[in-house]
Each structure stands twice: as structure tokens, then as C-alpha cells.
Design a protein around this ligand. Structure first.
Ligand SMILES: *Cc1c(COP(=O)(O)O)cnc(C)c1O
Length: 413
């Protein structure tokens, strides 16, 4: 803590940061500084942590229970692909198990293996389906493929016949997204082939909605009706259509099994309504340096933004490598996204670098602008959905891009 301290002083508010001025007294009293340091130490945060990611597992469980209550006739699975949407599979799965979640959807077999190590008795469904020659690994992990084509159905059937075991698998039907699933014309063909269909256990029939984020979109009802028509050709099995947004479309979309992902993590599933879920995530970076920058000076790479007036500028310890998108930066044409320092807005100035961001702290009370202070980037007063929209994207991409550098704090209750 000896050199390079922020040169914020009581009387002048801010001083120009230079190495020779690093002996100026910090604004926090030593007791305040000690109590703050103790607060973070009690949370297990090492003094060297450059960023903090608070993940509220209790809020994830609340969101899960809200779906259980909203779908009384259906089983509520949890989609935990992509490391539980970036929030940490190893923590999220055991938390959801405490609320008796029995079924987990993942994208691929590596994720299935991680879930299996956490939840011996759980049912694991692999959305990407059966890659050639991967059936043995499914069997070893006791995971179920989502069969997405006739070829996959035949390969799984062949595998089951070879083992003499009716192993479980789901079938996905193509109903309007044109992404994955058996085509409508494949389904009657399969009906003509009872030996294939009886060789494995059909554990669910599913499809996926392409436009559920927009409740007024006509494709929602079209997909539901195509799904209902097609699944009658298949053996009786639990039916599943709803992701988070699908659940919010109403009871007729719940069927037997719902598959929420984003909303469990507090993300926005449906456009243009208030997000009803409990927020889960808060990402913070730290102030590395504070300085006074004069009007007319450029900030950051490319001199993308030039100051119109004198500003107090803080440099933060996070950047696009931490999932703070480069598109969030400021320029002379477009103001940067806003960060929050203890509830006070501080907009980005100039471009977002890989590891650094510069923010305007001129309007933040001087005593809060301290070297080492934590600044909210995402959550904690910065709604993730609005930040994502500002970057031209959505919560899904924001969460799954968070990066591995944050010190993570999991809140259990
Ligand atoms: C990702 C995914 C889900 C979960 O979707 P959310 O919008 O995150 O709730 C459900 N079903 C399928 C097939 C998926 O790929």
C-alpha cells in the first residue's frame, strides 16, 4: 500500500496523480480502511483480487421454486449448459439439488460428466444429441441424448440392441426453428419402424421455441400446434416445449416438463415486461488509479473520446477479457455505459481495453473514490439486461462471457 495511491485529498477533492504525490493521505480514515479491508477479508476476498463476482445461489433457488410453483402439473428441470450460463456449474447444481431438482439439461457430454460428478442420482439430458461413436460415453455416464435426427435415432437404437438394454433418450422435433430436431416427414417414417422405436426408452419428446421472448409472435402457437400433431405419431412420453420465456407464455406451454435456463440466473427472458426474477449476479472491478484530466485531452485507445471539460477519471481493473464488452465504451459520438460507485453513476470514458476501463468519477463524492474501491459493472444498480442491450446483445451473452478472472463469492442464504 506504499506507492501509487489515489491522490484524492479532503480539501481539493482531487489531485493530479503522479508517483511523487503518492504520499498524500488517503481519504478514508485508517479505521474505515481497516473495517472495509476486514469486511472483504471475512468474505474470503484476497487483497489482490482485481474483480469480484457475487453470485446469489439463494436467489437462483428462489427463481427455481417460483417456476416449480408456476408449473404445478409439470416437472421443472434446470438448464445448466455453458457452466450454468457462466455462473458456475459446480455451485449451481448442488444448490438446485437442495430444492429437489431431478433433471439437468446440458449442451454436451463434458458438461454431462461434470453434472454426474455432482449429482449421482440426477437425470442428465444432453441437448446437442448423439455425436457419432459417443453412445458408449452416454451409457457410462448414465446420460440421455436428445436425439435430433433419424440417424441419431438409428444409432442409439443400434447401441441399445447391441447391449440388450432399453436405454433412455429424448427425441426433439423440428417445429419451426430449423435448428435441431427430427423433420416433420421423419416422424411418420419412424412410426413405420416399431422395432427401432421399441429398442430404447423414449423418456421425453421435446421441441424448442424460436420466438418465445415475444409473446405476441405467431410462431409460438404454430410451434405448439405442430408439436402436438407430430408427437401423436410417437409412443406416449412426457412432452416438453418451454424454456424460461415459454413458461411465461402460460399454462398451455407447460406440458409435462419445463426447461428454464436464463431466468433461473435472474436474466431477462421476455421482452418489454418487467423482469420478474430475483437478480443473481453482481460484477465489480476495483479502482487502480484516480487522476485529474484536463478538457481537450483524449482518453484511451484510439483517442476515441476527448474530454469537453476537466474531469476526474478513475481507471478500473477489468475490461473486455472479463466480459465487459468493448461495445460499452464511449466516444465523441456516443456516451459510454454507466458503472456505479456505491450508488453513484460513473460513465465509461473512451474505449474498453482488455484489462482496463476508464470512468468519469467527477460526480461521485470524493471520499468514495479511493484506490482499491469496488465499482459495480454489472448488477448492483446496473441492470444486466439494459447493459447488454446497450452493447447490442442480451443477458445470455453477457453472463456466459464473464471470464475467469473475477474472485467469485457464492452467497448461500
Ligand atoms: C438453452 C435451452 C433452453 C433454456 O433456454 P432459456 O431461454 O435460457 O430458458 C431450453 N431448451 C433448449 C433446447 C435450449 O437449448
Amino acid at each position: 500500500m506504499s506507492c501509487g495511491s489515489a491522490s484524492v485529498t479532503k480539501d481539493q477533492g482531487v489531485g493530479v496523480q503522479t508517483a511523487s504525490q503518492s504520499t498524500q493521505p488517503p481519504h478514508l480514515s485508517s479505521e474505515q480502511a481497516a473495517s472495509r479491508a476486514q469486511f472483504y477479508a471475512e468474505l474470503g476476498v484476497p487483497p489482490s483480487a482485481s474483480g469480484l463476482l457475487h453470485i446469489d445461489l439463494a436467489a437462483i433457488r428462489r427463481n427455481y421454486r417460483a417456476f416449480v410453483d408456476a408449473c404445478p402439473g409439470a416437472e421443472c428441470a434446470a438448464v445448466v449448459k455453458a457452466d450454468a450460463y457462466g455462473l458456475g456449474l459446480e455451485e449451481v447444481v448442488p444448490a438446485l439439488r437442495r430444492d429437489n431438482c431431478q433433471t439437468f439439461f446440458v449442451a454436451n457430454l463434458d458438461e454431462a460428466e461434470r453434472v454426474r460428478n455432482l449429482a449421482l442420482g440426477a437425470r442428465i439430458c444432453v441437448l446437442s444429441g448423439l455425436l457419432p461413436a459417443s453412445a458408449d460415453k452416454f451409457t457410462r455416464l448414465n446420460a440421455e441424448p436428445v436425439l435430433n435426427s433419424l440417424e441419431e435415432v438409428w444409432e442409439w437404437s443400434h447401441h441399445c440392441q447391441g447391449l440388450g438394454r432399453r436405454l433412455a433418450a429424448l427425441i426433439q422435433l423440428e417445429t419451426g426453428m430449423n435448428r435441431l430436431g427430427l423433420l416433420p416427414e421423419d416422424v411418420p417414417a419412424l412410426t413405420q419402424d416399431p422395432a427401432t422405436l421399441s429398442s430404447f426408452k423414449l423418456s421425453a419428446v421435446m421441441t424448442h421455441l424460436g420466438c418465445a421472448n415475444d409473446p405476441t409472435h405467431p410462431l409460438n402457437a404454430t410451434q405448439l400446434s405442430r408439436f402436438e400433431t407430430l408427437r401423436r405419431f410417437l409412443p406416449e412420453a412426457p412432452a416438453s416445449i418451454a424454456n424460461s420465456a415459454g413458461i411465461m407464455l402460460g399454462d398451455s406451454y407447460h406440458l409435462d416438463l419445463v426447461r428454464p435456463g436464463i431466468a433461473l440466473y435472474g436474466g431477462r427472458a421476455v421482452d418489454d415486461i418487467e423482469n420478474p426474477m430475483s437478480p443473481v449476479l453482481r460484477a465489480q472491478a476495483r479502482i487502480l488509479q484516480v487522476k485529474h484530466v484536463a478538457a481537450g485531452e483524449p482518453i484511451g485507445y484510439g483517442s476515441a473520446q476527448t474530454l469537453q471539460t476537466d474531469r476526474r477519471v478513475a481507471t478500473l481493473s477489468a475490461g473486455y477479457a472479463d466480459g465487459y464488452f468493448r461495445a460499452l465504451g464511449g466516444s465523441d459520438e456516443t456516451p459510454g455505459a454507466v458503472t456505479m460507485l456505491e450508488g453513484h453513476p460513473a460513465p465509461i470514458l473512451g474505449r474498453v481495453s482488455m484489462d482496463l476501463i476508464t470512468i468519469d468519477v467527477s460526480e461521485v463524492p470524493g471520499e468514495l473514490v479511493q484506490r482499491g474501491a469496488f465499482v459495480d459493472l454489472i448488477g448492483g444498480g446496473v441492470p444486466p439486461d439494459r447493459l447488454a442491450a446497450r452493447a447490442g446483445t442480451m443477458d445470455y451473452e453477457l453472463f456466459t462471457s464473464l471470464g475467469r478472472r473475477y474472485h467469485r463469492i457464492y452467497v448461500h442464504d
